[in-house]
Design a protein around this ligand. Structure first.
Ligand code: HEC
Ligand code: HEC
Length: 257
């Protein structure tokens, strides 16, 4: 008896990866009822980061219908199931049957096109981008420096509203991998930058000129982590039109970095 149970358990375990892989490429759960359930799951598990209508926030904009990391519905399901290691996108504990409903709902967000369209002029916006030297902190394609996030695919990741908010009030949301830090050396000298690594004894900082600094904490007088972005707020530096043009330009950036 015991041997039988062991054998069955062994077969199930060894077949598990195979069974887990055989997902149909298209979604089997797309009825109105599935969508309604998918919406409930979405609101409970995803909206806090991706926004009620998929417009993005801590998570990326899901309304473009163009996902960087998945083509088919099955890709999308696996991505949601496994999460994206090294980012805030968590793995999901939902079972596959429910995940299909979430996938159906996520697809419907793109069709609903809840995201606002950019109204500005992208060519004019590109000129603002160059004139304001955004390249001192951002990369687009191969151009620029990488203190801040790479903007090559920002038009896919962020909604129009999110982009505008980033320019007007950058401190309102700071991605977890870009924490601001200010270190004060014993002699009073201060360095402001992004914290790359920190443990009990050491800290590494990238300053706004892209220099790397490594310190032993015992050499420092103080380490502060202000909740302010290193990025200036542009509301007082640019006109409303320039902001809208810049947003329209950023919205066109959709190449994978
Ligand atoms: C704690 C915040 C958080 C939660 C909760 C969350 N996500 Fe995400 N999600 C993110 C972030 C951040 C990213 C972007 C990761 C990166 O930088 O690539 C992301 C990426 C994605 C992507 C990838 C899109 C692409 O372009 O390939 C999809 C799809 C997605 N999330 C769907 C979901 C769904 C569905 C749920 C709920 C089951 C969910 N997420 C829950 C934060 C979250
Ligand atoms: C002094 C460096 C610096 C300059 C100059 C700067 N930024 Fe930033 N930017 C950052 C940092 C750091 C972040 C990440 C923290 C945050 O979101 O505030 C960021 C975030 C952003 C984001 C949000 C990215 C995301 O993934 O959420 C956008 C969009 C952006 N910047 C656009 C611009 C544009 C356009 C300009 C020029 C008008 C500009 N930045 C100038 C440092 C800078």
């Amino acid at each position: 008896m015991q041997a039988w149970i062991t054998l069955i358990v062994w077969i199930v375990i060894s077949l598990w990866p195979v069974l887990g892989q055989t997902l149909p490429d298209t979604n089997p759960s797309t009825s109105e009822a599935d969508l309604a359930e998918g919406r409930e799951f979405y609101l409970g598990h995803c909206a806090e980061c991706h926004g009620r209508d998929g417009e993005g926030g801590r998570g990326i904009n899901l309304t473009t219908g163009q996902y960087r990391l998945s083509r088919t519905d099955a890709d999308l399901l696996r991505l949601i199931q496994k999460g994206i290691p090294g980012t805030e996108m968590p793995r999901s504990r939902l079972v596959v049957a429910d995940l299909w409903k979430v996938v159906a709902y996520v697809r419907s967000l793109a069709r609903a096109g809840a995201s606002e369209r950019a109204s500005g002029n992208p060519e004019a916006g590109e000129q603002v981008y160059e004139r304001m030297a955004c390249t001192t902190c951002h990369v687009v394609g191969r151009e620029g420096s990488s203190l801040g996030p790479d903007l090559s695919d920002i038009g896919l990741r962020r909604s129009v509203k999110f982009l505008r908010d980033s320019l007007l009030d950058p401190s309102a949301y700071i991605p977890r991998n870009y924490p601001t830090v200010v270190v004060t050396a014993r002699d009073g000298k201060q360095i402001k930058g992004i914290r790359l690594n920190e443990d009990d004894f050491t800290i590494q900082v990238r300053d706004i000129f892209e220099n790397l600094h490594a310190y032993r904490k015992s050499e420092l007088r103080q380490v502060q982590a202000p909740k302010e972005s290193l990025m200036p707020a542009y509301g007082s530096l640019l006109s409303e039109k320039e902001i809208e043009d810049l947003v329209a330009y950023l919205n066109t950036l959709r190449e994978s970095p």
